[in-house]
Design a protein around this ligand. Structure first.
Ligand SMILES: *Cc1c(COP(=O)(O)O)cnc(C)c1O
Length: 480
């Protein structure tokens, strides 16, 4: 069994095993002609259940053969140009290489004595990101598992900085298009059910600053304590960017912590042409960035940045076995002092190898391409009588729906769109997402693949219209 331990004696076994696995994935990528096979959970579950975990196959090739059957053949492939559903990007090769290196060396970024150079690399990337944002000389931050954790940590710091023992009086203001992790964070932070104040958005799904001003005023009047305003730079459905300069101005005026959730919009930090869309982000107290969304990095790769490094102390706890207080005096860089996690992946390495291989502009160009593609797709949708599109894209998402040629009951239109999405998924020809707008069902494209072409979009729109019309035709038959 020791032959399976990765060490100096098994380097050759390691090379062969990993190469074998890489070959399988490469073969899959080369032959995958659709993003999904359309397999159902009911069809796949028996295959997974049939695996006897107490009877090992003993050999890499056999385990990989089995893996083809239970996973690789039927996985949802984000690299495919007709995967248009969620905020999952195709990944860049330098980052995949980084992933292979980081898991083999297996550094843990909690303490210096478990990571050494890994800690310094992560710190450089935090510094680099903070500089791109413009947070100033006292900035700091830490890599996290994702935007959800980044938002939670930022709001923890904001709660502590609000210096109010009375949690029931604390309020977080976020637009109605903000991310649900803000509500989840409020709950985890012990805030009351009314603690998250939903601020209305304009037609373009950007926070209405006049409404924010009213809510801040109302808090003051009612003796409530606004502990944070969460501005979203790239809402999940619409990609809309809240008016950051105006929001920052209000936060200044009322002395409120400004958190910018740029989980999606962070790709603009490296965009050669669209960086100005983030103007005002430099005034944030904390920022969430998801490199695994718009920097083409594999899951997970994310960070939370703060304007004032000192605020990270709210996440600092000392343990004698790990990071005793004296290490602070000895200036030993222990990232665990800044993190909600203890044992933690060296995700920063992926971004490092990406920047060292392709450069920031390379990533930014890819993100620019998908934003450009979304514009083009919007023109197509707007000109197509079969569809209605809610609003022009701010980044790379489009919310739209099929509208029947003849006026129908709105419930039928909802059903036709729901059906189209499901039928498309079951066919595996393409994958699109769904959401609701004003209580009605819509479809959503999230474009993050520069390999997706306008022809792909046109073909997927035809497929959607086909499924929706088929549903409406069949339901007409049922009615007759
Ligand atoms: C995706 C997303 C999150 C959550 O990030 P995870 O990495 O999925 O945890 C938070 N905010 C916004 C705006 C997002 O789009």
């Amino acid at each position: 069994m020791r032959s399976h331990l990765l060490n100096g004696l098994t380097a050759e076994h390691y090379r062969r095993s990993v190469t074998e696995g890489v070959e399988r994935v490469a073969a899959r990528l080369a032959t995958t002609d659709r993003p999904f096979t359309g397999v159902t959970a009911a069809a796949l579950a028996p295959r997974v259940d049939a695996v006897d975990l107490d009877r090992p196959l003993g050999d890499t090739a056999a385990a990989l053969d089995e893996l083809e059957d239970v996973y690789l053949r039927d996985a949802v492939y984000f690299h495919h140009p007709r995967y248009l559903a969620h905020l999952n990007c195709p990944v860049v090769i330098p980052a995949v290489l980084g992933e292979a290196v980081l898991c083999a060396v297996n550094s843990s970024l909690d303490t210096w004595d478990q990571s050494a150079g890994g800690t310094l690399i992560e710190r450089r990337l935090v510094e680099w990101t903070a500089r791109r944002i413009g947070l100033g000389p006292a900035a700091d931050g830490v890599f996290t598992s994702g935007g959800t954790q980044s938002n939670l940590q930022a709001l923890l710091l904001a709660r502590e900085e609000a210096k109010t023992g009375d949690l029931a009086r604390l309020r977080i203001l976020v637009s109605e298009a903000g991310h649900f992790s803000v509500r989840k964070s409020a709950k985890l932070l012990g805030l009351g059910p009314d603690s998250v104040v939903s601020v209305p958005v304009d037609h373009e799904r950007r926070m209405r600053t006049a409404a924010l001003a009213r809510e801040l005023e109302r808090c003051a009047r009612d003796g409530l304590v606004p502990m944070a305003v969460v501005a979203t730079a790239g809402t999940t459905d619409f990609g809309s960017i809240d008016p950051l300069p105006e929001i920052a101005g209000l936060c200044d005026r009322y002395g409120v912590w400004l958190h910018v959730d740029a989980a999606y919009g962070c790709g603009l930090l490296v965009s050669p042409t669209r960086r100005a869309l983030l103007d005002g982000i430099e005034r944030a107290d904390s920022v969430t960035v998801d490199y695994h969304k718009s920097f083409f990095q594999p899951v997970s790769c994310s960070a939370v940045l703060v304007r004032d490094a000192a605020t990270l102390r709210h996440a600092t706890y000392h343990a004698d076995y790990l990071n005793p207080r004296r290490m602070v005096e000895e200036r030993i860089p222990n990232q665990v002092d800044k993190s909600l996690q203890t044992t933690r992946r060296f995700d920063a390495l992926k971004l490092w190898l990406t920047l060292r291989t392709m450069g920031a502009d390379g990533i930014g160009q890819l993100f620019d391409e998908v934003c450009g593609l979304a514009r083009e797709a919007w023109r197509m949708l707007a000109a197509d009588p079969r569809f209605e599109v809610v609003v022009a894209p701010a980044l790379s998402t489009l919310v739209f729906r099929h509208v029947p040629a003849a006026a129908t009951d709105p419930v039928e239109t909802d059903r036709a769109n729901l059906h189209a999405r499901k039928a498309l998924f079951a066919s595996g020809d393409a994958v699109v997402a769904g959401t609701t707008v004003g209580g009605r069902h819509y479809l959503k494209f999230t474009l993050l693949n520069p390999e997706t072409t306008p022809d792909d979009i046109a073909a997927v729109l035809d497929l959607i219209a086909g499924h929706a019309e088929q549903y409406l035709g069949a339901s007409l038959d049922r009615a007759c």
